[in-house]
Design a protein around this ligand. Structure first.
Ligand code: FPP
Length: 257
């Protein structure tokens, strides 16, 4: 608790939008001689702790990269394990998340997910749709390039139907056509495990995000690590392409819909 009490709170009016690439579960397990599944299981515990800590750290939107479209290339057993952990997480935690006023939003491709997972994700989103303390965006079966392709296709269809002039296509229109239309662009992206890349996560949305790459593996990401990361973010000088410390860009148009 004392860590949270000491964190320098953001000056942001509406709260931060933070994305996390939860990497290193496998290496965490391997370094302890444990099966990879144990790393993922402990990863869910770290996820749960991050969700609990987020609101007190000034985070209003938390987007977690939980399963990428590229993750299908892993052994079938591991893919099944990750699907099982998602199901268990929703089944076990949904009531508490709802009670804590957390809204759940899912981004990613429904294609390829089993009917029971799709039903659970729909139930979680329906139940929590009016909650407002924290929006937990679960990126599951997600790929940013594929998301952009989907947005471009939707806009092209509207242009072909004569609903919009191609000259009217701008940054805002593309942002609104993405699955993250109601989620402010991330202020801050955290990646654990020491890797320094985006791996197809929020490519468009991260245009002005600050990044932090932590040397710890995801299961070790606890409240103290989250607090330290947010404190580091709050010390960054964000210029949004300008020369002086800028006021945050107006996201109201985007979040109003
Ligand atoms: C990276 O570790 C993490 C993932 C592939 C997914 C993150 C998943 C969880 C935290 C658990 C399941 C998710 C939910 C939504 C409950 P890695 O396997 O790539 O680690 P490595 O790079 O060390 O092998």
């Amino acid at each position: 608790m004392s860590d949270i009490a000491n964190v320098e709170l953001p000056k942001h009016q509406t709260g931060l939008s933070v994305g996390i690439i939860m990497d290193g579960n496998g290496r965490w397990a391997a370094s302890r001689g444990l099966p990879r599944f144990e790393g993922h299981r402990r990863g869910v515990e770290a996820l749960r702790a991050a969700v609990r800590a987020a609101p007190d750290l000034g985070v209003r939107y938390l987007t977690l990269y939980s399963f990428s479209l590229e993750n299908w290339s892993r052994p079938k057993r591991e893919v099944l394990d990750l699907m099982g952990l998602l199901k268990r997480f929703i089944r076990n935690d949904l009531a508490e998340l709802h009670k804590s006023n957390v809204q759940i939003k899912v981004i990613g491709e429904p294609d390829g997910l089993s009917a029971d997972i799709l039903a659970l994700l729909a139930e979680a989103q329906d139940l929590t749709r009016n909650n407002s303390r924290l929006t937990l965006v679960i990126a599951f079966n997600y790929g940013s390039r594929q998301e952009i392709v989907g947005a471009v296709q939707a806009i092209a269809r509207r242009a072909l139907a004569g609903e919009i002039d191609p000259k009217a296509i701008d940054v805002d229109m593309i942002s609104r056509a993405l699955q993250t239309a109601t989620v402010p662009d991330p202020d801050f992206i955290i990646r654990t495990s020491g890797e320094q890349r985006l791996s197809n996560f929020l490519l468009w949305q991260a245009a002005y995000a600050e990044f932090i790459f932590l040397p710890i593996h995801w299961p070790d990401f606890d409240q103290a690590a989250f607090t330290a990361a947010i404190s580091e973010f709050n010390r960054r000088d964000r210029r949004f392409g300008g020369l002086v410390r800028a006021v945050e860009p107006d996201l109201s148009a985007k979040t109003a819909s």
